[in-house]
Structures are given as structure tokens and as C-alpha cells.
Ligand binder design. Structure first.
Ligand code: HEC
Length: 163
């Protein structure tokens, strides 16, 4: 009788626990895979490109102070460990689906990610915990970008067609 009661409480408790905490080990694993293969680390992890991906996982997604500079001004890849720590899953999904961000962030890729992929990236990033400092604030066009910087030089805009 006691065994039956214990068994019952387990099968009742299991789905409740799952609903409360969507961060399953599977989601975390899938998130690790997506972050490593979808380019997020390339920009959001300092030194990731220079060291060909050989950056310890504890330092992943803590943002970067390298300047991305061009006609849009200067932008910095955000510290996602801090940003996602402050977002619940619904807020993150809504943000990821609707965000229109400045270069070189491929926001159109983020906008199209499936529910499962967004949940996985959220779960994995939060599983790493908060770390690092916020990336520097963006600078407006015309302000010189601090080094190190990737700078996009474009030819002068063609004259606008006569009307
Ligand atoms: C080529 C570089 C690059 C890649 C690749 C990249 N990002 Fe970004 N990301 C940026 C930059 C730069 C910004 C800041 C854009 C701005 O200030 O408008 C940014 C901003 C963001 C933001 C907004 C943060 C905020 O605080 O507003 C999120 C979320 C984000 N990236 C997630 C991702 C994820 C997830 C991936 C992988 C699927 C990814 N990024 C891949 C460069 C990149």
C-alpha cells in the first residue's frame, strides 16, 4: 500500500516538476551544441575566433569588448550570460523572435529559431550562471571606435538618382 502511494506520488510529481523547470539536461546539451555550431560563441565569447574555439566553457557568452565599427556606428557583442539570467523563458522567446539588432548580429537567424532551439540556448546559457561584465555601450556613427576593432570600410554611397 505504501509502495503504491509512493509510486502514485512520483508519477503525479514528475510532470509537475517538469512544468515548473523546463531546463532539462537534454535542453542544456542541445543548447551547448547550438551555441558552439551556430556562431554565437564566435562573437559573444572573447578570443573565440583567435583561439579557434579553444576557450573554456566557463568563459563562453560573457560578451566582448572588441569594437564592430561601420556606418551603423560601433557595436559590441552583448554578455548573454547576464542578459539571459534576467529573462524568463517567455520574455526570451518574445525578444528572440522580434529583435532587430545592429550589425554584425545576425538577428534574422535568431528570429527564425524554433521554440525548442530557443529554449535550449536559454537553458544552456543560464546553466552556466552569471559571469563577466556587461559589454561596452554602443557608440553612434562618426565616433572613432576604440581598439581592437573590426572596421567595415565601404565605398562612398552612389549619388541618389535624379527625380
Ligand atoms: C558576427 C557576430 C555575431 C554573431 C555570430 C552573433 N552575435 Fe549576437 N550580437 C552581436 C552584436 C555585435 C550584438 C549587439 C547588437 C546591437 O548592439 O544592436 C549582438 C546582440 C545580441 C543580442 C541582444 C543582446 C541585448 O542585450 O540586446 C542577443 C540576444 C544575441 N546577440 C544573441 C546571439 C545568439 C543566440 C547568437 C547565435 C545564434 C548570436 N547572437 C550570434 C554579434 C553577433
Amino acid at each position: 500500500m505504501r509502495t503504491a502511494a509512493l509510486f502514485l506520488s512520483l508519477i503525479i510529481a514528475a510532470p509537475l516538476a517538469a512544468a515548473k523547470e523546463p531546463t532539462t539536461p537534454n535542453a542544456v546539451e542541445r543548447g551547448r551544441y547550438l551555441v558552439a555550431t551556430s556562431g554565437c560563441n564566435d562573437c559573444h565569447t572573447s578570443g573565440y575566433i583567435a583561439r579557434a574555439g579553444k576557450v573554456p566553457e566557463k568563459d563562453w557568452l560573457t560578451g566582448d569588448s572588441m569594437s564592430w565599427s561601420g556606418p551603423w556606428g560601433t557595436t559590441y557583442a552583448a554578455n548573454l550570460r547576464l542578459r539571459l539570467a534576467d529573462m524568463d523563458l517567455a520574455t526570451w522567446k518574445n525578444f528572440a523572435r522580434t529583435a532587430v539588432l545592429r550589425p554584425p548580429m545576425p538577428y534574422w537567424a535568431l528570429n527564425q529559431m524554433s521554440d525548442g532551439d530557443l529554449e535550449a540556448i536559454w537553458a544552456f546559457t543560464r546553466s552556466l550562471g552569471k559571469a563577466g561584465v556587461p559589454a561596452p555601450a554602443a557608440l553612434p556613427p562618426g565616433v572613432e571606435a576604440p581598439l581592437p576593432a573590426f572596421t567595415l570600410h565601404l565605398p562612398p554611397a552612389p549619388p541618389s538618382p535624379a527625380r
